[in-house]
Design a protein around this ligand. Sequence first.
Ligand code: ADP
Ligand code: MG
Length: 685
Amino acid sequence: MSVLNAAFTSKQILEKLSRLGITNRFDLLLHLPLRYEDETHLYPISDAPGGKAVQVEGQIIHNEVLSKPRRQLVFQVADGSGVLFVRLFNFYGSQRKAYTVGKRVRLLGEIRQGFYGVEMIHPKCRMVRKGDPLAESLTPVYPATVGLSQQTIRGLLEQLLGDYENKELFADTLPDSILAHYQLTGFKDSMMLLHKPPPCVSADLLQARTHPAWRRIKFDELLAQQLSMRLHYRQRRSRNAPELMAKNKLTKALLASLNFGLTNAQKKTLAEVSQDLVSPHPMQRLLQGDVGSGKTIVAALAALQVIENGYQVAIMAPTEILAEQHYRKLSAWLEPLGLSIAWLFGRQKKKQRSAALADIAAGKAMLAVGTHALFQEQVEFDRLGLTIIDEQHRFGVHQRLALSQKGKKNGFVPHQLMMSATPIPRTLSMSYYADLDVSVIDELPPGRTPVITKLIAESRRHEIIMRIRNVCHAGKQVYWVCPLIEESETLQLKTAMETYETLCQALSDLKIGLVHGRLQAQEKSAVMRLFQEGEIQLLVATTVIEVGVDVPNASLMVIEHAERMGLSQLHQLRGRIGRGTNAGICILMYQEPLSEIARTRLKIIFEHADGFEIARQDLNLRGPGEFLGVRQSGVPMLRFTDLDKDFDLLEAAQSVADEFLSKHPHLAQQHLQRWLGEKSEYLRV
Ligand code: ADP
Ligand code: MG
């Protein structure tokens, strides 16, 4: 705050500025206009173009207050070329008195054709004298807040920009070589231009933020992000992790016991992970792969490489259902190899839990699988070498850190493998995720037939029910996903129960089960087991089955009120079927009328099967903020850059970051301080 000193502005204003996120001079300088008004030019009324704001000037030749069709103040302005009607629907008595015949006014607004001739509605309106000078630069319009007017903000910036002596504020942090190579304009010039653009500058380029001055600012923003990512990366490389050679004993045994071979994509990603584990620095790798691409076996093989070296592995999943499924699958794969696996979750029986805790602490269990329970205080590992986080975006930075800390007592930072079926579009992985290494499983196991997606209106519910019966009689299984009710979990539960009951009545010849978030862990897993074993034919479920559940014989999924769900949720749900070799069908049942956004989402999910494409479109719809979810906390967001439109700048910033850091460490420091301040110190794990 001290930088915006008291002489510069008052305490109340400081307080309001901080509401706009402005706490120092640089923040203020970066408070860039939303748009501009052109008051540098006067148009003759008869010649003024429509479709954009224009400025005209003339004398009031008539005024009156009309009461029909709406109460309004109307006055006519003449400039010798023509006459313009001005209408004010909300007006003060003072305005009525001011805008009298004979007064000269300057108006800024959009001209349109009215009933009696050309008119402006609620223009910006000022009294002037003949010959009063016009503005010399475009008038910036800033983001404002209550109690902090455009006028005040403009005044503050005028002062700031007038302070030419302030070397630190306007210093260029980029060396000439970079400026020249990417044809970037100088920092100070760019700032001056954006705040006070001369009339010759194209308002369109400014508006579209494609003007060179804008590009310079965006480049700076992106570069700051890249620099902080590189620093985090380097910091991580300076820490120690156990070196875990690939001994290929347990891994070979597991591979030999599988009834399938790895896909090329699985082999490639496994090799990348395996190589990281050998390095003496903590791995931080994100393993991406669409639902059903087979991430679990890659994780299991990575775990074995760690275990072969005498270190333990923790696998964490966001829901009990998913954690239990991992537990069972991994037990089936690893217990025959003589390994013991512990399993931890929130509402576990005390005795069971203490046994698991003891096994983990003693190093008897080489693998611990669990939910959030894994990073709680009581959990102590003997020698933790690797943490694997499934559906990583469901966990916060601090949760991952808490788990990772459990390896500290050996003086090491454990390796970390994160997994996600929500693909991160390239623009995001190059920006917000640039400090991670990424492996992508870009092919599905062979023999899968793509899921057929159908959009069916709620009114045809009975047909769908008939279809379920046929599918079940043919020996296949079905999921029925109940509507999502975000506002109320209780209501959601009630709806699920009712759906279950009506389906039981309509399909009394089928074995039907219900699973929802309020069930006890044992009840939940009992239902899931029955479904897995085929004892339940139709599983009615809330979105608890969203992630990772694997029942290959399920070939039909009905999603009720699909229009309420987000794209990634729909994609994940749909990924639960078509896991076996039979063609899966996913019926998206929707209720009309559809909102614009719901229609767009359903169209995207209907047209696309590729998770990456869906994620890309989702990013377009929602913007990166929501997309980043928990990762966002603590990571400064890009304010000016549009990653899609400014992709070339992103590439440029990425390619210079490393060299900039090593060749110009002092400038790099200055650049980071300027753009991120203390935010650059945010914890990253
Ligand atoms: P996800 O990537 O969604 O976590 P999973 O690891 O659950 O996918 O794998 C989905 C299914 O595919 C599982 O039943 C798994 O055993 C099977 N699977 C994995 N890899 C292969 C492969 N290479 N060939 C055949 N089936 C595979
Ligand atoms: Mg999975």
